[in-house]
Design a protein around this ligand. Structure first.
Ligand code: KIV
Length: 289
């Protein structure tokens, strides 16, 4: 039996969605089973975000995440994604030393990780040059402006960016510059929806919002936030679709109760010997203390 051919999401197909006014869907994933769920549910872009550091590795922010961490988690996601476009997030200090080092690190996402592009935070002049260099090396780049978590020590805390005119203008210009540099899409994080609307109207490449309102061409959330994996603080822009933390905690507590009272494993979950083998085994004198 021939399998139905899966139409992969590509950079041109994302552009076509924007042109047709169809929304683009994106989520983060960091392992095989979750990436499979996202792919099967028809999510267009799976980002292996450096949010990995906070939601999987237990760090306070994304700064400690390494290239090796990212490649380790990109591989299973790429193995799972049959349709979605998998993008690897360049972690802090993977694109800060030199252009050569940046191209080498980005190429690892494609060669070792199996991703089809990378994401880079920021839009300074130096960053734009780096992005052009990556694109020159055939590495598709997704830009990221507004709240850029790798700049946490500059910003002080995670908060809305671009609320004042001058700052909003800078973010709009950053997004325009990223498109000029060749980015195939731009993430807009935690900015007022009116600013995101202006950017979305100005750019021909898709904007993907997170905390940037409804007018972006697409939306992205951190998967663990969407399913309520953790029970801690969530920003205003997160819609929690299920309380997985509560559901999983209940399941684990039920298992603990069953084991403690001897209710698990019962017959249903156990293997049996044939009666004659059991009898022979009981009578066997082979065992000495
Ligand atoms: O690291 C990440 O998950 C991200 C998204 C929040 C856009 O950058």
């Amino acid at each position: 039996m021939s399998e139905t051919k899966i139409q992969k999401v590509t950079i041109p197909s994302l552009r076509a969605k924007k042109a047709a006014g169809e929304k683009i869907t994106a989520l983060t994933a960091y392992d095989y089973p979750i990436a499979r769920i996202l792919d099967e549910a028809g999510i267009d872009i799976i980002l292996v975000g450096d949010s990995l550091g906070m939601v999987v590795l237990g760090y306070e922010n994304t700064i400690p995440v390494t290239m090796d961490d990212m490649i380790h988690h990109t591989k299973p996601v790429a193995r799972a994604a049959r349709r979605a476009l998998v993008i690897g997030d360049m972690p802090y200090f993977s694109f800060h030393l030199s252009e050569e080092e940046t191209v080498r690190n980005a190429s690892r996402f494609l060669k070792e990780g199996g991703a089809r592009g990378v994401k880079v935070e920021g839009a300074s002049k130096k960053r734009l040059k780096l992005i052009e260099r990556l694109i020159g090396a055939e590495i598709p780049v997704m830009g990221h402006v507004g709240l850029t978590p790798q700049s946490i020590h500059h910003i002080g805390r995670f908060k809305v960016q671009g609320s004042e005119k001058q700052e909003a203008e800078r973010i709009i210009q950053d997004a325009v510059n990223l498109e000029k540099a060749g980015c195939f899409a731009v993430i807009l994080e935690c900015i007022p929806m009116e600013v995101a609307r202006l950017i979305t109207e100005k750019l021909t490449v898709p904007t993907i919002g997170i905390g940037a309102g409804p007018w972006c061409d697409g939306q992205i959330l951190v998967f663990h936030d969407l399913v309520g994996y953790e029970d801690g603080y969530l920003p205003k822009f997160v819609k929690k679709y299920i309380d997985l933390h509560q559901i999983l905690t209940r399941a684990v507590a039920d298992y603990r109760d069953d084991v403690e009272k001897g209710a698990f494993p019962n017959d249903e979950y156990s293997y049996h010997l044939k009666p004659e083998v059991a009898q022979a085994l009981e009578k066997s004198k082979e065992y000495k203390k």
